[in-house]
Design a protein around this ligand. Structure first.
Ligand SMILES: [Zn+2]
Length: 163
């Protein structure tokens, strides 16, 4: 798991792990448990997602671009949740991420959010188990198979498995 994962308070890690019992990770339920609502929306062209304080100041709202492919939308939700977990004090009136996950936060913050998003969607233990199983039953393309099971892009799973 990433340094960002290890930065989270133990109780927050435990909270997230409740939703990491089986793939695909139950992302909408996790967001809800953290007090964040998720909505698909038509966003400005070139914007993949955003997170803002909810109206009335109770929790946060993530909006994801409804025109993005489903796996991309999932990664965006995890990325915005990572901003919520790591950079809540810097969200201000809101953060908008473009298709390359760049916002008004620093590149360092964006990399942190991408690493934590990967940990949320592809926890080490679960990926390890699924990988062993896939190899035992002789799946042709293990990375592709795992990407399908976890609902992530093949590229994201390849980074996870081959690092
Ligand atoms: Zn971002």
């Amino acid at each position: 798991m990433s340094p960002e994962w290890n930065l989270l308070p133990p109780e927050v890690r435990a909270r997230i792990q409740e939703f990491q019992d089986v793939p695909p990770i139950r992302l909408p339920d996790l967001a809800r448990a953290l007090g964040v609502s998720v909505k698909a929306a038509t966003l400005a062209p070139g914007i993949s997602g955003e997170i803002r304080p909810a109206e009335g100041g109770n929790g946060f709202v993530i909006r994801i671009n409804r025109h993005d492919p489903p796996k991309r939308q999932r990664f965006t939700v995890a990325h915005e949740l990572a901003h919520f977990l790591l950079h809540r004090d810097e969200i201000g009136a809101g953060i908008e991420d473009d298709v390359l996950y760049r916002s008004n936060l620093s590149d360092r913050r964006e990399h942190q959010a991408n690493r934590l998003a990967a940990d949320i969607l592809m926890p080490d233990v679960l990926v390890g188990e699924a990988r062993e199983e896939a190899e035992e039953i002789g799946v042709g393309d293990v990375v592709l198979h795992l990407a399908e099971i976890f609902g992530v892009s093949e590229a994201a799973m390849r980074i996870k498995v081959e690092r």
